[in-house]
Design a protein around this ligand. Structure first.
Ligand SMILES: Nc1ncnc2c1ncn2[C@@H]1O[C@H](COP(=O)(O)OP(=O)(O)OP(=O)(O)O)[C@@H](O)[C@H]1O
Ligand SMILES: CC(C)(CO)[C@@H](O)C(=O)NCCC(=O)O
Length: 349
């Protein structure tokens, strides 16, 4: 890696302590970045260990309580307050800077065009595999943003609501491809995000039920939020060119920031299977659950069923469609086998 790509900061081990926590974190990043270039090309990411990253929250107060976290945590997600403080609080601070800077850029465009400036919703994408914990990540980020000064309106929408109904998936032979890009009404999703971003007063978001394993008839109205978080497997998919030469467009074109929640494939598979085992006592026990028939399975049978669903559907989707979009994210949260975030990669180039 060329030296010029290393960000300005104190020389490691010399000015580090004197220059404060941010500089110390930079110094660590520099050391990692120098060894993080397997292709020989400069990596666009600065890489932080959790301790170094934690220092970047400066002295922002942690105002999320244990009760808040219990409400936000997904099934089987062990995220604790220490993780919120060391991983998500600095990220919330960074996002605050991004929101302000993006608004500043828009003001410049308005001034150039001689138009009255308007506040455009800031859109954050959260991507990653099924069962990696992205819904919890999205919910925690929302909660921290809600605590910013001036209490912004932050809405969270999952792309699951834009899956085609099971009936349509069945007709198209896509029921075993749920979560693959073609199983979503991508045009409706794109229109939804574009409408929110263009300042429409009220935009309808479709909803999904994991209980019935289908989209819901009722929509939810999104009214001019300051921040919109869009969480889903394939939110970072690039646009593609149709056979007639036109471009499909992509919701990621509307993102101002994106997060990819990453972990080793074996770990995610294990989390998926363990969650499936736990769901037998909770969601599957409900007769309305699409998976109710699985509630009575033994551990071994449940493991086999979950592994089969994972191997046929979710794993190929991760490998073919989700993982390849990782390099498009502004920030990658890499989890260790115990589910906790170990490394944070922030796009700098
Ligand atoms: N079959 C199911 N029945 C009921 N709830 C489920 C079912 N599958 C997943 N869930 C719950 O729905 C939420 C979203 O699940 P989904 O598989 O979309 O997760 P995800 O966003 O990949 O998960 P995660 O939040 O773990 O990344 C999770 O909190 C999960 O516990
Ligand atoms: C709804 C999705 C696609 C994404 O959340 C996922 O949870 C899912 O249902 N995948 C299909 C295979 C499975 O049932 O796990």
């Amino acid at each position: 890696m060329r030296f010029s790509l290393v960000p300005p900061g104190p020389t490691p081990g010399t000015d580090e302590r004197r220059a404060g926590p941010r500089a110390a974190a930079y110094a660590t990043m520099t050391r990692v970045a120098l060894t993080d270039s397997p292709t020989g090309l400069p990596s666009p990411y600065a890489v932080f260990g959790r301790t170094e990253w934690a220092r970047l929250s400066e002295s922002h107060p942690m105002n999320l309580t244990g009760d808040d976290l219990t409400r936000l945590r997904g099934l089987g997600e062990p995220v604790d307050l220490d993780e919120v403080e060391s991983v998500y609080l600095p990220l919330s601070r960074l996002l605050y800077f991004y929101v302000e800077a993006t608004h500043g850029l828009r003001l410049a465009t308005s001034e150039f065009l001689g138009e009255r400036p308007t506040r455009v919703p800031f859109v954050v994408g959260v991507a990653g595999s099924v069962a990696v914990g992205k819904s919890t990540t999205a919910r925690i980020l929302r909660e921290l943003m809600l605590r910013w000064p001036h209490t912004p309106r932050v809405e969270l929408v999952t792309t699951d609501g834009f899956l085609y109904p099971n009936k349509v998936l069945e007709e198209r032979g896509l029921l075993q491809r749920k979560g693959f890009p073609e199983s979503y009404d991508r045009r409706a999703l794109l229109k939804f995000v574009a409408d929110v971003k263009s300042g429409e007063l009220a935009v309808e978001a479709r909803q999904y039920s994991h209980l019935t394993y289908d989209v819901l008839p009722a929509t939810v109205t999104i009214r001019k939020p300051d921040v919109l978080i869009v969480e889903g497997l394939n939110v970072l998919q690039p646009p593609t060119v149709r056979s007639d030469g036109t471009n499909t467009g992509s919701i990621s074109d509307f993102f101002d920031f994106s997060v990819y929640v990453d972990a080793d494939l074996e770990d995610i598979r294990r989390w998926y299977v363990e969650r499936f085992l736990r769901l037998r006592q909770t969601a599957f026990a409900d007769p309305k659950s699409y998976f109710h028939r699985y509630a009575a399975l033994s551990d071994a049978q449940a493991r086999a069923t979950a592994t089969d669903i994972w191997t046929r559907i979710n794993e190929p989707n991760l490998i073919e469609n989700i993982e390849p979009t990782k390099g498009r994210a502004t920030l990658v949260l890499a989890k260790g086998s115990d589910h906790s975030v170990e490394t944070i990669k922030l796009r700098k180039l």
